[in-house]
Design a binder for this molecule. Structure first.
Ligand code: PLP
Length: 384
């Protein structure tokens, strides 16, 4: 008898292909503003390495030194055999950057969000979530077992109404939002969200993945950028974007962090961050503190690209700039033409986003000529 239990997979993949939603990986060599893709040099507009730190000698050297001293793996979870002094140093550095009482380092930003959300709310609670939130906020909300209500993207009025109608029916309430929306590049209305959280006695969790190291005078993120007091915020972030390493964190009050150390399953039951990743992130935070010119250069590059772009873009206030296309197949064609012209930028399609687009991430280490090259290439494919 033939085994048929997996026969559904092939037709499922074919359905994905027919919708032009099929995805596969592309190997890149090198790191930084110019990388090699399929044997060809391309200017990299696909990286989250906003400050160019992933290839920085100082991060590399500290990762090597930590590996030589402590080994390649942390060999256990933090509460058992995995905790090193280096982890605590990194947590103190994050708390100092974020100006919070404490911080906790996770193995990725994804795990930090899932762990934090599912630890602090449960069945008797309410989560109000922006519809454009990152996958890990959505999945953290599902895992928590709380009642989840989505509000339309950045719509403070609807959120206000929902709180008026619903808040009293639940024990705790948590508002969750990206601070910089990862696939659009716009910002959440943090001051208004913060006011609503205070007014309705809600916790407010912001995902600073694309803001940490980039926004604010000291690189602390959107809370600093908006001048919102962060004592009532839960700030989640990643070490893998502007910090050029791997891992995630939650920053907040001492009590919150203490609670997460006791209740966040994705922190308790997983292996501690590797010495190399921990040391690299620690170096990155020191550079973010001592070299504000990197942030300035990034914003100069962003302003120049926005001013010169020959195509309409989705509203953006960040280093993420998207050109919208009317179909997945047009976006794919545009990405492929850009690749031929020596520009690497991905097409982002449903189901990741509601509408197809090409997404450009600007880096501080892009040279003027790199941005010129992108503008010229876009000029050529204007009418697809
Ligand atoms: C990248 C990203 C994450 C996940 O961070 P990782 O450290 O890569 O797991 C979480 N939230 C947002 C908004 C992101 O863009």
């Amino acid at each position: 008898m033939q085994y048929e239990a997996y026969d559904w997979i092939e037709p499922a993949i074919n359905t994905i292909r027919r919708a032009d939603w099929y995805r596969s990986v592309q190997a890149i060599s090198g790191t930084g503003a110019v990388v090699e893709l399929e044997g060809k040099e391309v200017v990299n507009f696909a990286s989250n390495d906003y400050l160019g730190l992933a290839g920085d000698d100082r991060l590399i050297k500290s990762a090597i030194a930590a590996t030589i001293e402590l080994g390649t793996g942390s060999t256990g979870s933090r509460l058992l055999s995995g905790h090193r002094e280096l982890h605590r140093q990194l947590e103190c550095a994050i708390a100092s950057l974020k100006q919070t009482e404490d911080a906790l380092v996770f193995s990725s930003g994804y795990l930090a969000n899932i762990g934090a959300i599912s630890a602090i709310v449960g069945k008797r609670d309410l989560i109000l979530a922006d519809t454009y939130n990152h996958s890990c906020l959505k999945n953290g909300a599902v895992l928590s077992g709380a009642t989840v209500i989505d509000y339309p993207h950045n719509d403070v009025e609807v959120l206000d109404n929902l709180l008026s109608q619903q808040r009293a029916n639940f024990r705790r309430c948590l508002i969750i939002t990206d601070s910089v929306f990862s696939m659009d590049g716009d910002l959440c209305p943090l001051p208004q969200l913060s006011d609503l959280a205070l007014q309705f006695n809600c916790m407010l969790l912001i995902d600073e993945a694309h803001a940490t190291g980039v926004f604010g005078a000291t690189g602390a993120g959107c809370a600093e950028h908006f001048g919102v007091a962060n004592s009532h915020l839960i700030q989640v972030g990643t070490l893998s974007k502007a910090l050029g390493s791997l891992g995630g964190f939650v920053a907040g009050s001492k009590l919150l962090i203490d609670f997460l150390r006791n209740r966040a399953a994705t922190w308790i039951y997983t292996t501690a961050l590797s010495p190399a990743a921990t040391a690299a992130a620690l170096s990155a935070i020191a550079i973010i503190d001592s070299e504000p010119q990197r942030r300035q250069q990034l914003w100069t590059n962003v302003a120049y690209l926005k001013q010169q772009l020959p195509l309409p873009i989705i509203d953006s206030d960040s280093a993420i700039i998207c050109c919208q296309y009317s179909s997945a197949s047009l976006a794919m064609q545009a990405a492929s033409k850009l690749k031929n012209a020596g520009i690497f930028a991905p097409a982002i399609r449903p189901p990741t986003v509601p509408t197809s687009r090409i997404r450009f991430s600007v880096m501080a280490t892009h040279q003027h000529e790199h941005i010129e090259k992108l503008i010229a290439a876009l000029q050529d494919i204007k009418t697809l």
